[in-house]
Design a binder for this molecule. Structure first.
Ligand code: MV4
Length: 441
């Protein structure tokens, strides 16, 4: 009997995972909240189980309901996807305690990397440069001031349990420090039930560059190049590409060497991403995402590796197919995230195609975009030989994409792709903000 995998997620990532499972001859069990009963992931899976009402706290975030579904459907393994419980160490542990395979890093690895203070120390120990800042957690005003003695202003206060921009505060002068520290600690406590924060020198206009790694859990680590995710609005990535237009061979080699060392030391298993800030030719470790990421297709397009397949390989057999020395990256890939600007029913859908074009989505004509979850409805990914050609191909593919019934960000993505600063490749964190007025007009 084929192995059966429960996909503990919804939307485009559930669809993405089901596709690879099907190609690997693995049976799939979808889970859905009542609002998602007609969703594409439910139709594509071999089996489907309702796990509760629409609010995610009672469905996609319910460890108990997910485990009941997995055991009831006779699953051997659980894939958490992205978001929801994908970086939740107690969930990974509960899956393993139920005698199932968790398709992701070991629970201890997730726990360590989820603590941004511990992750920063681990990275520093493996020789990765980190942003100047506090040596560990900061609780008192005096500890904060001691850290800032070394860094100077401006600084950024980040939550140890945070990540992805949640609960961050920029402080530009001494007078504002104490108040911001207490607000940051209160926000961290409210959001993550953990008030631990740390301090970093604030870089004014860095790029966001991250490495995609896959590892077998026993020290074999393959790196599928970098992704540049500098185009962000309110910490939400909008466009990702590989390779980065800003990273040269020397920077890439140094980044990769420290990253490989960190993942080997951790005995990391499965797919993971190391995020860096990059400014003035220097890179600084930011955090590790111990899961597959939304933007993984960009790395799949330049490497030819199926990252979901390698996650499953690592979890099931402790082996990956990719040999680290045989990774060959070719051409340039771009991804535009397609977001619904409000929920509703899709009345018309035209999907782009042709050479080098991929559309990962859960949309179909007549389906609904529910109000309860993430607004991302799809990702348009293109690949071509050079950045210039990938941009032309994205422009063409976006012009073919038609979604009616709900307003989307397609027109905004077309404006960014047409923008001369985007095309120049020379921009930093403040790029989106600087063009937001024209883009959102
Ligand atoms: C920073 C930073 C500047 N200095 N840390 C963290 C979460 C991620 N979403 C963005 N984060 C940042 N951390 C220090 N020490 C600026 C950002 C940042 C950013 C960085 C690169 C590209 C786009 C960005 C958009 C907003 C914030």
């Amino acid at each position: 009997m084929a192995d059966r995998i429960l996909i503990a997620n919804r939307g485009e990532i559930a669809v993405r995972i089901i596709r690879t499972c099907r190609e690997m001859g693995l049976e799939t069990v979808a889970v859905y909240s009542s609002t998602d009963k007609d969703s594409l992931h439910v139709r594509l899976a071999d089996h489907a189980v309702c796990i509760g009402p629409p609010p995610s706290a009672h469905s996609y975030l319910s460890v108990n309901n997910l485990l009941m579904a997995a055991k009831g459907a006779g699953c051997q393994a659980v894939h958490p996807g992205v978001g929801f419980l994908s970086e939740n160490a107690p969930f990974a542990r509960a899956v393993e305690d139920a005698g199932l395979i968790f398709i992701g890093p070991r629970p201890e690895t997730i726990a360590l990397l989820g603590d941004k203070v511990a992750a920063r120390a681990a990275a520093q120990n493996r020789g990765l440069p980190v942003t100047p800042g506090s040596d560990g957690a900061v609780t008192t005003d005096a500890e904060a001031r001691a850290a800032i003695e070394k860094t100077g202003f401006p600084v950024i206060i980040k939550a140890a349990a945070g990540g992805g921009g949640k609960g961050m505060r920029i402080v530009r002068n001494s007078a504002d420090l104490d108040e911001n520290l207490s607000i940051a600690r209160a926000e961290a406590e409210a959001a993550f039930a953990d008030s631990t924060v740390f301090i970093e020198k604030f870089l004014e206009n860095p790029r966001h560059v991250e490495l995609q790694l896959i590892a077998d859990g026993k020290g074999t680590v393959a790196i599928l190049g970098e992704r540049d995710c500098t185009v962000q609005k309110n910490h939400q990535k909008l466009i990702e590409e590989s390779p980065s237009p800003a990273v040269n061979k020397d920077v890439r080699r140094r980044m990769m060497s420290g990253a490989e060392s960190l993942f080997r030391e951790l005995g990391y298993r499965g797919a993971g991403t190391i995020e860096f800030l990059f400014e003035d030719g220097e890179f600084y470790f930011m955090e590790v995402n111990a899961r597959i990421q939304v933007e993984h297709p960009v790395s799949e397009m330049v490497s030819g590796v199926d990252i979901v397949r390698e996650q499953i390989n690592a979890a099931f057999s402790g082996k990956i197919e990719t040999q680290p020395v045989h990774v060959r990256l070719s051409g340039h890939a771009l991804e535009c995230r397609i977001n619904a600007l409000s929920p509703g029913k899709i009345t018309r859908l035209e999907i782009p195609g042709g050479a080098g074009v991929r559309f990962d989505s859960f949309l179909s004509c007549g389906c609904t975009v529910p109000p309860y979850y993430d607004s991302m409805v799809g990702k348009l990914i293109v690949h071509d030989t050079t950045r210039e050609r990938a941009i032309s191909r994205m422009e063409r593919a976006l012009s073919e994409l038609v979604i009616e019934g709900v307003p989307t960000n397609i027109i905004r993505q077309r404006r960014i792709i047409a923008d001369k600063t985007f095309r120049s490749g020379v921009f930093g964190a403040s790029y989106y903000e600087s063009i937001a007025k024209e883009i959102e007009a």
